[in-house]
Write a protein that binds this ligand. Structure first.
Ligand code: GDP
Length: 368
């Protein structure tokens, strides 16, 4: 059959001879396609982009990754640092500023679709800016986006144009912040660019990068995801992670608490309220059990029901022990458990928070 075939992704004429040319598919792929007409035919390049997560993730102190950062530090350009607004602490890259030199850093807070509409986004932006400062990052600006729904992607592109000053753009982020989703968003927003994307290798390293052409001969460069040990994700298996990760907008759950009451957030966290009477609001994934008990019985309850009523975790054998931290609010505040969610407490409220060893907790001004 001599009929020409075209890639449904980029429209290039399909060919099986030149692996580096447009429209290339492996002969075996073509054969399979011809045997089963119902499938979509994508060239190798589009297939790789569609099924994106192909850039290898690396550890923060991986030698090749440090080389990569070093090579960036001597280039001109803008750094776009993608963070997960649900897991700021797990997303922040320690030493980023030092690695990238004096380049501008634009902070992109992703997953804004998960926040209730009542969130004051300015407060959140201020918080992210302040946290960046604490981590030694001088951000030139920050923006909230949703790579998933497309919220503010246009604004982001305008900002990138503004701050890159005619130079290349490097997108950096830890794993699970949604960096791949965001890159795919950007690619499909510039759909004519699809067949111009190239995968290449950072010189002297084993690490791939993806270059997306900008309209002036410069590139948006996707770098490997960085694996960060503070992410709650690393203490949970895939199924548990699925259970804690919100898929849609958070819905608040309000509790009126009396003296000496405890709320468990599944088996993952525990809040003891030390005041007489308190109204608190929980913002966690809807499927997660919020279980109220008397604080005096809480230890025993946890031991007895961990992995049962209090799940996830499902497998309790390797789950780290809870440790506790005390917080007292001076204003209306959020107690944030990175990667999990937060609790809003009123002013002058004292709370004992228990989380697995290694998981970070912090207090911030309430964002709602
Ligand atoms: P990467 O490891 O940084 O490349 O992250 P991915 O793009 O693979 O995304 C990690 C997880 O976050 C996936 O489950 C995505 O579906 C999810 N995700 C990515 N962007 C968003 C977003 O804007 N909103 C929400 N709710 N989830 C997102």
């Amino acid at each position: 059959n001599n009929e020409a075939l075209y890639c449904i992704g980029c429209g290039a004429k399909i060919q099986t001879n030149n692996p580096d040319g447009p429209g290339y598919v492996q002969p075996s792929t073509l054969k399979k396609y011809l045997a089963d007409d119902s499938k979509e035919l994508l060239c190798k390049r589009c297939f790789r982009l569609r099924n994106y997560n192909e850039i290898t993730d690396v550890d923060i102190d991986d030698d090749d990754f440090l080389k990569l950062l070093d090579s960036i530090s001597s280039q001109k350009g803008l750094i776009v640092n993608v963070v997960d607004i649900f897991d700021y602490e797990g997303s922040v890259i320690p030493g980023l500023q030092r690695f990238v030199g004096d380049k501008n850093i634009l902070i992109v807070g992703n997953k804004v679709d998960l926040l209730p509409h009542s969130v004051n986004q300015n407060k959140l932006l201020n918080w992210i800016q302040q946290k960046s400062k604490e981590n030694g990052i001088k951000s030139v600006d920050q923006i909230m986006v949703s790579a998933q729904t497309g919220t503010n992607i246009d604004k982001l592109m305008t900002m990138i144009e503004k701050y890159r000053q005619g130079q290349d753009v490097y997108v950096v982020g830890t794993t699970n912040t949604g960096k791949s989703t965001l890159i795919n968003r950007i690619i499909s927003a510039n759909s004519d660019v699809k067949d111009l994307i190239t995968t290449s290798r950072f010189p002297g390293t084993t690490l791939d990068q993806i270059d997306i052409p900008l309209d002036d001969g410069h590139f948006l460069i996707d770098t490997p995801g960085i694996i960060h040990k503070y992410q709650l994700a690393h203490y949970l298996d895939e199924k548990e992670l699925k259970a804690i990760t919100p898929k849609k907008q958070l819905r608040p759950s309000t509790f009126q608490l009396r003296d000496g009451q405890t709320i468990f957030v599944a088996g993952l966290a525990r809040f003891d309220f030390l005041d007489e009477k308190t109204n608190v609001v929980f913002y966690f994934n809807q499927g997660l059990v919020l279980h109220r008990t008397k604080t005096v019985n809480a230890d025993e309850f946890y031991q007895k029901h961990l992995g049962e009523i209090l799940n996830p975790p499902y497998d309790v054998t390797e789950f780290p022990k809870l440790h506790q931290e005390e917080f007292t609010s001076h204003r209306k505040s959020d107690i944030v458990i990175y990667g999990l969610g937060w609790v809003t407490i009123p002013a002058n409220c004292k709370v004992l928070v228990h989380v697995p060893e290694g998981v970070r907790v912090a207090m911030r001004d309430a964002i709602i």
